[in-house]
Design a protein around this ligand. Structure first.
Ligand code: ASP
Length: 339
């Protein structure tokens, strides 16, 4: 049994256990501290985050530490340097972080650096800017003592890239033929099916402060230079300490189109529950995307100031993990709009 199958089996048994619990009641309880993150497959990331929170540590340290579990996991298809490369065979990483004081930091298209989330935090804390991209982001990381890692792809990424090349001829002619039926534009996302494992993590600490982090290697086999929603504050992540926090995963172009995570937080400000706020954002995507909806997947998770949480996705299959004093890294399946 490989790691993914094992995790799936483990998560199925968790579903069986949680199925008997009143999930909505749990979701409505006044809870802090609490941490949640996208995709149950990546729930191990919540453990170091929870360990910080339960000792009274702050949400910013918790999320920054937590998501590094995925960045450091060379087997992870979609986060960190082990992730799938772009269509030039280069792994480019996107990440952002936001704290309870509206401090923000972000890196985009960062190459050969192991922990983009740490670089994002340094951009936030040490520069007068909020976002560094490409070579400049890498130069900054190196100046802060990060080591340049080799350019080699992980074993699984190499295999995936070879399959991609085989299927599409390296000159991408076949990809160009796979047009989105609505826009008549090339449909890169669907070359290898859905492939979404970005980790977005949001937390509320014992002091009642919220923070969030989001990190990814982005869409597999994207165009070189493509940046998704994950490093974009307001799209892949947003935190407003008066209201709540939200983060996104899935087709970044659609999340950017509606400033997704900011929108979720604004819906919570209007009084919607975290789940309803996520649902309304997904509906907004449905309304505005020019693309064929059936071929997209987008998921949001959200957390409000009271520690209530929720999620919503476009299609079935989106899950997330929650850790609090009462929820021991439990799996929740998101409701969805279509499919
Ligand atoms: N949101 C990420 C991106 O668009 C990808 C993902 O979550 O799968 O780069």
């Amino acid at each position: 049994m490989n790691r993914r199958e094992l995790l799936k089996t483990l998560s199925l048994s968790t579903v069986a256990v949680t199925a008997f619990k009143p999930l909505q009641a749990l979701a409505d309880s006044d809870t802090k501290p609490i941490v949640l993150s996208t995709w149950y497959d990546q729930h191990l990331a919540n453990i170091p985050a929870w360990n910080i929170l339960k000792q009274g540590g702050n949400a910013l340290d918790a999320v920054e530490t937590g998501v590094q579990v995925c960045e450091n996991d060379i087997e992870n298809c979609c986060v960190g340097l082990g992730g799938n490369p772009d269509r030039n065979g280069i792994v480019t990483l996107d990440a952002c972080i936001m704290d309870h004081k509206h401090n923000i930091g972000s890196v985009a298209a960062l190459e050969r650096i192991k922990n983009p989330i740490r670089v994002a935090r340094l951009v936030m804390e040490k520069t007068q800017h909020v976002m560094l991209a490409g070579q400049g982001a890498q130069d900054f990381a190196v100046s802060e003592g990060f080591e340049l890692q080799p350019t080699d792809l992980s074993d699984h990424a190499q295999k995936a890239f070879r399959n991609f090349q085989k299927k599409n001829d390296i000159d991408y002619i076949n990809i160009e033929k796979k047009k989105d039926t609505n826009t008549n534009k090339p449909d890169y996302f669907n070359v290898n099916g859905f492939n979404h494992d970005t980790i977005g993590m949001i937390a509320l600490d014992a002091q009642g402060n919220l923070s969030g982090a989001c990190t990814t290697s982005g869409m597999a086999f994207k165009m070189h230079g493509r940046v998704g929603d994950s490093p974009i504050i307001g799209a892949g992540l947003y935190v407003d300490n008066e209201i709540g926090a939200a983060t996104a995963t899935g087709h970044g172009e659609e999340v950017i189109r509606i400033s997704g995570s900011h929108l979720v937080v604004e819906f919570m400000r209007q009084g919607y529950s975290p789940k309803e706020a996520c649902k309304k954002a997904v509906e907004r995507i449905k309304k505005h995307t020019p693309r064929n909806l059936n071929k997209l997947q987008i998921g949001f998770i959200a957390l409000n100031k009271k520690g209530e949480f929720g999620a919503y996705s476009l299609q079935s299959g989106f899950d997330y993990a929650v850790y609090s004093a009462t929820l021991q890294n439990e799996k929740f399946d998101s409701d969805f709009l279509i499919g």
